[in-house]
Ligand binder design. Structure first.
Ligand code: 1CP
Length: 337
């Protein structure tokens, strides 16, 4: 298992071709997913090991990707810790009582590993079913999770989050410290059950300045990553090109890159660090010759990095044609030489 293409690339090896998987490869772009999920609320589906195994396996079977990503959501550990959060269809996570001040912090107790025993069961089942294909465990990074807790749901400008971090920094650091402990526990449970690699999603960190990231976020993401240093750690954000070195410095073995800069430029910004990325998910809706040229360009530019994992620059969009993803995988697998 340690010799999988994915783990070798995470260690910085130049592999014969890049391993390939896609963020959000399971889920709404797949008809077989929509069928299985019919009538079952999102967070309920995450609590049913049989369903989690089936949904996680769907893209592995369909595409022959080099890794599976555990089917769950970043708010699952918050809910398991007792926070009133739901995933509303067509909206995303919605928090009933947002965190706005010190008095709200008591609603964020630690996560007891026993409260996510369904995760242990799902991961164990998956590792068996995957028969050697590595499983990526994941969690939301403290900032991205805190943005939902403070705003109460998806946000465009993160204005309450930024106001809180600047106006009440002690409350902010207390909040992020609590979320970081929940996140670390959630990742630990996945690793102990057999996940080979973990990815920390800081999807919305790109809303911050470099200075804000360094002061208000980095120490908490670093605390999470330090607790899971027994497996390769991928650290991903969108719009974070200006502070890739800080994301590496937080303790990542691999840094995820969105589509805004080419991988050779990213490699110059974080020398010696393996990279993951970075096809623009929107381009999967373009004509095939466009996509093919992009795939080839990314693989070529990825050779500038010390290890490259092919992925998108963010998650698969729901309107993506699964056959196009299959062709991308086919093209990369054909590069094995
Ligand atoms: O009913 C449904 O199908 C709801 C849609 C859905 C799905 C399929 C949500 C709601 N979450 C998920 C699963 C999920 N979430 C996965 C597993 C799928 C896979 O990769 O194979 C993963 C990795 C996540 C992680 C996640 N959730 C992130 C980080 C990754 C990213 O895309 O940036 C974030 C930010 C979320 C929050 C979330 N959950 C769901 C939605 C629609 C959102 C985003 C809302 C927003 O825009 O703020």
């Amino acid at each position: 298992m340690n010799e999988s293409l994915l783990v070798r690339a995470c260690r910085g090896e130049q592999t014969e071709r890049p391993p390939v998987w896609f963020m959000r490869q399971a889920g709404r772009s797949l008809p077989e997913y929509r069928k299985v999920r019919e009538g079952v609320p999102m967070l309920e589906s995450c609590r049913r090991p049989e369903m989690v195994v089936e949904i996680t396996m769907q893209p592995v079977r369909r595409y022959g990707v080099d890794a599976a990503i555990f089917f769950s959501d970043i708010v699952v550990p918050l809910r398991a810790a007792g926070i009133d959060v739901e995933i509303e269809s067509g909206v995303g996570p919605v928090v009933a009582e947002p965190v706005r001040g010190r008095a709200d912090l008591d609603r964020l107790p630690p996560l007891e590993p026993g409260a996510v025993s369904f995760v242990t069961e799902s991961v164990r089942g998956l590792v068996e079913e995957l028969a050697g294909t590595p499983l990526i465990g994941f969690a939301g990074a403290p900032f991205t999770l805190a943005s939902y807790l403070v705003e109460g749901g998806p946000s465009r400008h993160y204005e309450r989050t930024k106001a809180l971090m600047h106006s009440q920094p002690d409350v902010w650091h207390d909040l992020l410290g609590r979320v970081a402990r929940i996140t670390a526990t959630f990742l630990r449970v996945q690793i102990d059950a057999g996940a080979s690699v973990v990815q920390l999603f800081d999807s919305w960190a790109g809303a911050l300045s470099k200075a804000e990231y360094e002061r208000f976020v980095l120490p908490h993401s670093a605390a999470v990553l330090a607790e899971v240093n027994d497996v390769p750690r991928i650290h991903f954000g969108v719009g974070t090109s200006e502070f890739l070195p800080l994301m590496a410095q937080a303790g990542a073995d691999v840094v995820g890159v969105d589509w805004r800069i080419p991988l050779d430029e990213a490699a110059r910004r974080v020398p010696g660090v393996p990279l993951q990325g970075n096809l623009d998910p929107a381009l999967l809706l373009a004509d095939w010759p466009v996509i093919e040229a992009e795939v080839d360009r990314i693989v070529t530019e990825g050779r500038a990095a010390e290890g490259h994992i092919f992925n998108l620059g963010h998650g698969v969009l729901p309107s993506t044609d699964p056959d196009v993803l299959a062709r991308v995988v086919e093209r990369i697998r054909a590069m094995a030489g």
